[in-house]
Design a binder for this molecule. Structure first.
Ligand SMILES: C[S@@+](CC[C@H](N)C(=O)[O-])C[C@H]1O[C@@H](n2cnc3c(N)ncnc32)[C@H](O)[C@@H]1O
Length: 238
């Protein structure tokens, strides 16, 4: 996968790097290169992240969990969607967690946001605690995606919503690609099959497009999917 082929002012510093090492940085940014990767992600994912936040349909006092938030420059946008939101960010990258803490100190001081590291598998919270869950460009890195989604199901409240967003493998194939064992790519068929193996019963998928320019100056449509998964309200659980 070579997301880095999308035009970027940061591209030059990555060009000479081995693409598999860049892919590993996408999975868990670290060091100086991790900072460059984060800037690249922010440049390219802003619209995708905003669309995903809108799909959360946030309501007053919602408790929101986000997996893989990166440096979380989108927190102000998320917080302005509804009053009195409590935000909980979980990362596997210490660098990204630390950047998010620096950038969002205003929310942390007010006890409206908390950023934590975890092992990437077990969310350190009890069952049925979050109203909303968000994961953008994170599913690719899960070695056991069924377990990953079931863990989200466990911590989601009955009636809660989980928004899962990913760039479609068809779009990524249009870019010059490298074989990488760091990523698992998804398309609509593959994500439906995956969800069918989890505890989620109700979901819908919206495909979105964004015009992007490649390093070769060619315009392409970036295709990504916003999947909204719902946990049944309590009265409907038998
Ligand atoms: C490709 S970046 C995406 C960052 C941001 N969400 C975006 O769309 O620009 C993937 C992020 O997810 C984090 N990550 C990878 N696997 C994770 C997991 N199992 N749980 C939480 N975060 C994870 C990485 O550390 C990295 O910050």
């Amino acid at each position: 996968m070579n997301v880095a082929l999308i035009e970027s002012k940061n591209m030059l510093s990555l060009e000479s790097k081995n693409l598999n090492s860049v892919a590993k940085q996408f999975r868990c940014p670290e060091g100086n290169e991790g900072i460059v990767i984060d800037e690249l992600l922010n440049e390219n994912h802003d619209k995708m992240i905003r669309q995903s936040i809108q799909s959360l349909e946030l309501e007053e006092k919602n408790r929101v969990l986000e997996l893989g938030h990166g440096s979380c420059k989108h927190l102000p946008y998320l917080m302005e969607q509804a009053p009195n939101i409590k935000y909980f960010g979980m990362e596997i990258s210490e660098l990204m967690k630390d950047e998010a803490v620096k950038i969002n100190s205003k929310y942390i001081k007010k006890n409206d946001a908390l950023f934590q590291l975890y092992d990437g598998y077990k969310i350190p919270y009890v069952h049925n605690i979050f109203d909303r869950i968000l994961a953008v460009n994170t599913i690719y890195f899960s070695e056991n995606p069924v377990q990953f989604l079931n863990e989200m199901f466990r911590v989601l409240k009955p009636g809660g919503v989980f928004v899962l967003t990913f760039a479609n493998s068809t779009f990524i194939d249009k870019l010059s690609s490298v074989d990488s064992d760091v990523f698992i790519l998804y398309d609509e068929y593959k994500i439906k099959k995956l969800i069918g193996e989890t505890r989620f019963e109700s979901f819908d998928i919206k495909e979105r497009f964004e015009r992007k320019k490649t390093m070769q100056g060619e315009w392409i449509d970036k295709s990504y999917s916003v999947v909204t998964l719902r946990k049944k309200p309590k009265e409907l659980i038998l």
